[in-house]
Design a protein around this ligand. Structure first.
Ligand code: G3P
Length: 225
């Protein structure tokens, strides 16, 4: 499984890309509204931040024709990165998915809450489907949904990838990775949690104490001089 950053903050995206092996950025209208930043300049900054990596941006249009127009316009404005338009998993989104794919634009079908939605999106040519794990886990279905989507895609040899979103804890991320989710998109603050372990902190402290006692400092080891 690979990682994406779920954010509308170019600063946070740059920071995470500097530290962690993430493949790009996803956004959605809720995240955008939470940041309260200017839409267009921030999108352009995000494009700069991701370089040639992925950028997934959701349309707010509600009809398939308008979704297509917006997808083409976003694709042109955000050229340089690997752009994917996010479409809601409803009838207009599925109709738009086919039309947008026929124009060569990448599509992520989002707000997926059932395996059958994912199967229809995949048949419509979606590059990615985004199941909302934690939101569904509230009714005990999030992890099972990802597992069943993976099974359906394998059984029917569908190339669409699973981009799991909406997590409350690291265990959920581990579970979707074990089920074969291709991607997990995580808020910036989540990345440190993926690698934090108190026993690692203790081990590092032990190394430092031993080193300090024998050598007294942390000068870089230089075998040349
Ligand atoms: O990308 C999906 C995400 O924004 C939903 O996450 O934390 O609101 O369940 P959450």
């Amino acid at each position: 499984m690979r990682f994406l950053i779920d954010t509308f903050s170019p600063e946070a995206a740059k920071h995470i890309l500097d530290y962690y092996p993430a493949d790009g950025v996803t956004t959605n209208p809720a995240i955008i509204c939470r940041e309260k930043k200017q839409l267009k300049p921030t999108l352009m900054e995000l494009r700069e931040a991701v370089g040639d990596k992925m950028l997934h941006v959701q349309t707010m249009q509600t009809e398939a024709d308008a979704m297509l127009d917006e997808a083409l316009s976003l694709r042109d404005a955000l050229s340089g990165c690997r752009f994917f338009v996010k479409l809601p998993c409803n009838s207009e989104g599925i109709k738009a998915c086919r039309a947008i794919k026929s124009k060569g634009v990448g599509v992520t079908v989002t707000a997926v809450f059932s395996p059958m939605q994912a199967l229809v999106a995949a048949r419509a040519g979606a590059d990615f489907v985004a199941p909302y794990v934690n939101k569904l886990e509230d009714v005990g279905e999030g992890l099972r949904c990802v597992k069943e989507i993976k099974e359906l895609f394998d059984i029917h040899a569908l190339p669409t990838q699973i981009l799991s979103a909406s997590f409350r804890n690291v265990r959920q991320v581990t579970e979707v990775a074990l089920f074969g989710s291709h991607y997990a998109t995580l808020p910036p603050a989540f990345f440190d949690k993926l690698v934090y372990h108190p026993m690692t902190e203790n081990a590092v402290k032990g190394f430092e104490d031993d080193w300090q006692e024998l050598y007294g400092d942390k000068k870089p080891i230089d075998l040349i001089k």
